[in-house]
Design a protein around this ligand. Structure first.
Ligand code: UDP
Ligand code: MG
Length: 141
């Protein structure tokens, strides 16, 4: 099934000047980029995006981190996009991530872990809608 998933190159990825490296890996893995932009999340926007984690011990730190500098949301499409993208990035904690994955290669720890990825096709669509209007999704290429 052709699916969509939302990637975010997190503020640590931007600060470490790894955005090109990460985008190259995403492209080489066969994902089509439908939309991409650089933004700085407010605390409110970050809180809303991660509302599912509200109440967890890492929530406040996560909101702080995600609003600490610019990030780059990217709308992706591919056959089996959700699972394939999660395979490409690796486990949440880089200590547990498989060799060669983006988080294993570039992430410092479980919080500052370089990239976001959606966890289901349904959430992929919802999360893309959180950052992109219909007009910003370009299907030609
Ligand atoms: N996170 C954290 N500490 C934890 C678990 C998660 O700081 O113990 C942060 C981390 O940035 C992670 C995000 O919260 O990417 C969302 O957590 P989730 O469990 O959904 O991981 P993901 O889907 O990003 O792998
Ligand atoms: Mg998640």
């Amino acid at each position: 099934m052709i699916e969509r998933t939302l990637a975010i190159l997190k503020p640590d990825c931007v600060r470490k000047k790894l955005t090109g490296e990460v985008i190259a890996r995403i492209e080489k893995a066969g994902f089509k980029i439908l939309g991409m932009k650089k933004i700085k999340l407010t605390k409110e926007t970050a809180s809303g995006f991660y509302a599912v984690h509200k109440g967890k011990p890492f929530y406040d730190g996560l909101v702080e981190f995600m609003s600490s500098g610019p990030c780059i949301p990217i709308a992706l499409e591919k056959e089996n996009a959700v699972a394939d993208y999660r395979t490409l990035i690796g486990a949440t904690d880089p200590k547990d991530a498989a060799p060669g994955t983006i988080r294993k290669l570039f992430a410092d720890n479980k919080s500052e872990n370089i990239v976001h990825g959606s966890d289901s096709p349904e959430n992929g669509k919802i999360e893309i809608g959180y950052y992109f209007s219909k007009k910003e999704i370009i299907e030609l290429d």
